[in-house]
Design a protein around this ligand. Structure first.
Ligand SMILES: Nc1ncnc2c1ncn2[C@@H]1O[C@H](COP(=O)(O)OP(=O)(O)OP(=O)(O)O)[C@@H](O)[C@H]1O
Length: 301
């Protein structure tokens, strides 16, 4: 079943079109990523999904409900953690959980939720005294307190140290394992590659690509990199002529040929034909970073 449906979404601020015909479907139980450079329209898109912004045009459904006209139903099925959320600094973790639980008819068991998110030792700690990782865990708890079927997490791990980020990833996986569909906005390739079943890459308000992480990497112009010791007697012009070869460079005593699976196969038969052994030969896959740069031309953080 489709958990989120977005069709032909448009949103303009003044004369600036920030969402320009975005469409995607998120299946039940998926972790679906939205990736893109600053200002690509990611937050605006998920705010439209959450009913926090009204699109100029387009159709949005969350578990079949329209966030524009069926607010109560959408609130029942959707939990949202927004970028740069804040709470009153004096509010304790317990008070925040109690307050948010009071918004729902059948909230999750608060103690269990706090335990699951590792927040039991902080129940009496004021929001202003929590670390970045603890704040994010609290925001996840608040997004989950209404027992949602779908949760939106916007830049969940920005500002977290590597350990806290990894803990947050494990949490996202455990949320999915508990049957909740996750819509995740992220800037981090490693995060998207590790967590997402599928990713929509947004660029200037449009979906530049929508695929699995592996599918996006496979689309990269240089999906494979062959590197070997520069002393290997092979003619660079011959390497450049290999089928699918995108570039040949020599750096730090290594020659690097980037290309496709076909390039790798042709390279191996070239070695055999020449009777040459390539020293320190390595073949590596492109990463999501490479695919992302190809798709958006944007720098990654
Ligand atoms: N309420 C608003 N009024 C006017 N412009 C806005 C408003 N909200 C966002 N924008 C602009 O719309 C563009 C898209 O913003 P949005 O926050 O959706 O992008 P984003 O992809 O989430 O970016 P980031 O990665 O920086 O968070 C940005 O240029 C932003 O400055």
């Amino acid at each position: 079943m489709t958990a989120i449906e977005v069709r032909g979404l448009h949103k303009t601020y003044g004369d600036r079109k920030v969402v320009d015909g975005v469409s995607f479907d998120v299946g039940e139980g998926e972790i679906f990523g939205i990736l893109g450079p600053n200002g690509a329209g990611k937050t605006t898109t998920v705010e439209c999904v959450g009913g926090l912004r009204t699109p100029d045009e387009g159709r949005v459904r969350v578990c079949g409900y329209d966030p524009g006209t069926q607010r109560a139903e959408v609130t029942r099925v959707l939990g949202v953690q927004l970028q740069e959320s804040e709470l009153q600094p004096k509010l304790t973790v317990r008070e925040a959980l109690d307050l948010y639980a009071s918004f729902y008819e059948r909230p999750a068991a608060r103690h269990e939720l706090a335990e699951r998110l590792g927040l039991l030792p902080q129940l009496r700690t004021r929001f202003g005294k929590l670390s970045g990782g603890q704040k994010q865990r609290l925001f996840i708890a608040l997004a989950l307190i209404g027992n949602p079927k779908v949760v939106v997490l916007d830049e969940l791990t920005t500002g977290l140290d590597p350990r806290a980020r990894r803990e947050a990833w494990e949490l996202v996986e455990s949320i999915r394992d508990s049957g909740v569909t996750v819509l995740l906005v992220t800037h981090f390739m490693e995060e998207a590659q590790r967590l997402c079943d599928r990713i929509a890459v947004l660029d200037r308000g449009r979906v530049a690509a929508l695929d699995t992480p592996e599918g996006l990497i496979g689309r990269s112009a240089a999906a494979k990199e062959i590197s070997f010791a520069a002393g290997t007697p092979l003619d660079p012009a011959e390497l450049r002529a290999l089928p699918g070869a995108a570039a040949v460079t020599t750096k730090d005593h290594r020659t690097v040929v980037s290309g496709t699976e076909e390039t790798v196969a042709a390279f191996v038969s070239l070695l055999a034909r020449r009777g040459v052994t390539a020293g320190q030969l390595r073949v590596t896959d492109a990463t999501l970073d490479d695919a992302y740069l190809d798709l958006t031309g944007a720098e990654i953080r």
